[in-house]
Design a protein around this ligand. Structure first.
Ligand code: FAD
Ligand code: EGU
Length: 469
């Protein structure tokens, strides 16, 4: 019916949540001339001295950049603020470091500050006269059929109505909670045993970065892992991932130093013993939750970002996926000329398989991480990937490249990887079987060595021909 078509300028869109996805959505909808109201639980972070909350910096990759580009923010974020990371710098237990590049020379992902990103998008949205930001507004109730909302603001109740409610209120979304009351709403959530805690590596005494700045630093230790991303102020935000049980076992400064001496010895002088002890014991480890649900829409509402698909951070894709959500909604609003009756169902139909694919991928990576007990395992896998990618660039793209450097739909990237694994596994098995047979045959023949190399070359040629290469 007509009243569901939001003609520019006459209709109202409410965005619940002024975090990363809500703020970007406001920039997108501002351009359409509709009346946009952003309701954010917290105060205006642009006026705050210190903003509490989640990871101080994040890895921005291709999907997120593409979304920022469409609203003209990519160059500003990349050139004025983002720090390029050209590869991973793997810290082995003995302190030796190894670089694994992200791709061909120049290919990189960016470390960006969460606060800077959020402030930049809020300010960009606010330059449009049709955008109104309401801080200190917590959504209490909503009716997703009528578009009616009830907020609590500074102890007062505030009511508002909209033609479309965009739930961008994060992993613990109030809009999703309302959606869950509808029949046939599918929902699942998983808390993993690991928690995370942020620590900080300050600049050196002369104000320089304490580590090589253009890398994502990783200390892979099987059950544990530490990651560090650079900040504009030449500090590093270090994220320590460990089972809560391990966090709870460390109760005194000596136990903490002993733990770091055993697992992250090279990081102690970088963080500083006092700072390590002070920050570790003044923080609590935060939980990590993965949420899957569908559908993402109600008659007058749509959930996006973590509200729709919170994922564990082991692929650095949560924000990138949420930003890509904004791109998809924008494409559908254009395709269907803002006719919500078509846009909303198609959004769920298109996005759900991809969102659940990246949630699974991030969880798979979390489990895989255990085997990256040291840099050797990590290096081996990446070396094989880059070897094959170098020689067969069209048919062999490592999964992380498709995820972080293309906009190949997430579920298609996984399908591609499964095909690749079959090829590699099939090829390897053929090679191994042939080798065994050859060696057995030659052993019985006696002249082992000369012919063994012939067998290997023959089998290698066979395996490569099997790969169609
Ligand atoms: C340790 C860690 C590391 C990460 N690293 C990366 C990374 O490297 N790259 C990456 O792409 N992603 C990363 N992520 C994921 C990323 O942080 C999230 O995907 C992203 O913040 C999701 O944005 P969002 O706007 O959907 O939700 P949020 O950023 O959580 O924003 C939700 C907003 O809604 C507000 N809100 C909540 N409830 C209400 C309510 N009832 N009423 C009004 N407002 C409300 C909140 O105050 C908040 O401002 C990481 C996450 C973690 C935890
Ligand atoms: C702020 O807190 C955090 C926490 C975790 C992450 C990030 C920021 C950013 N993250 C990225 N992950 C990839 C990736 O594709 N993979 C497979 C990786 C997965 C893990 Cl777990 C890892 F340690 C390295 C790589 C790697 O390849 O570098 C990127 Cl590409 S960026 C993970």
């Amino acid at each position: 019916s007509d009243d569901l078509i939001i003609a520019s300028g006459e209709r109202k869109v409410a965005i619940v949540g002024g975090g990363l996805v809500g703020a970007l959505n406001a920039c997108y909808l501002a351009r359409r001339g509709v009346e946009v109201h952003v309701y954010e639980y917290r105060g205006d972070i642009r006026q705050m001295e210190h903003v509490p909350g989640r990871s101080i910096n994040l890895a921005l990759s291709h999907r997120g950049r593409s979304a920022l580009a469409r609203v003209g923010l990519e160059d500003l974020v990349i050139q004025q603020h983002g720090i390029p990371m050209y590869g991973r710098m793997i810290h082995a237990t003995d302190g030796r470091k190894k670089v694994i590049p992200y791709g061909k020379a120049g290919q990189c992902i960016y470390s960006v500050g969460r606060r800077y990103l959020n402030e930049t998008m809020l300010s960009e949205a606010e330059t449009h006269p049709n955008v109104h930001l309401h801080f200190n507004h917590k959504l209490l109730h909503s009716d997703l059929k009528t578009g009616h909302m009830v907020f609590e603001s500074n102890g007062q109740e505030v009511q508002a109505d909209a033609d479309l409610i965009l739930g961008c209120d994060g992993a613990y979304s109030a809009v999703r909670r309302q959606m869950m009351k509808a029949p046939r709403f599918n929902y699942s959530q998983t808390y993993i045993p690991h928690g995370y805690m942020e620590l900080c590596i300050p600049p050196t005494a002369t104000g320089q970065f304490a580590m090589e700045p253009n890398y994502l630093h990783i200390w892979p230790r099987g059950e544990f892992m530490m990651i560090a991303l650079p900040n504009q102020d030449r500090t590093w935000t270090v994220t320590l991932f460990m089972p809560f049980a391990v966090f709870d076992r460390i109760t005194t400064p000596d136990e903490l130093l002993e733990f770091f001496r055993e697992n992250y010895r090279d990081a102690i002088p970088l963080i500083g013993e006092e700072k390590l002890i002070k920050d570790f014991f003044s923080n609590r480890a935060s939980p990590l939750v993965s949420v899957k649900c569908s559908p993402y829409h109600s008659p007058k509402a749509l959930i996006m970002g973590d509200a729709a698909h919170a994922m564990v951070p082991f692929y650095g894709q949560g924000m990138n996926a949420g930003f890509e959500d904004c791109l998809l909604l924008d494409d559908l609003l254009t395709k269907h000329d803002m006719d919500l009756e078509r846009v909303l169902p198609e959004y769920t139909e298109v996005r759900n398989p991809d969102a659940e694919a990246i949630c699974d991928l991030a969880m798979y990576n979390y489990v895989e991480m255990r085997h990256l007990v040291n840099s050797r395992a990590f290096l081996m896998r990446k070396a094989l990937d880059s070897f094959l990618h170098t020689f067969f660039p069209n048919s062999w793209t490592p999964l992380y490249s498709m995820v972080s450097f293309t906009r190949v739909r997430y579920h298609q990237a996984i399908a591609h990887k499964e095909r690749q694994d079959k090829i590699v596994f099939g090829g390897v098995m053929t090679l191994a079987a042939a080798l065994a047979a050859g060696v057995a045959y030659l052993a019985q023949r006696g002249d082992l060595w000369r012919s063994a190399t012939e067998v290997v070359n023959e089998q290698a040629r066979l395996a490569l021909s099997r790969l169609g290469l």
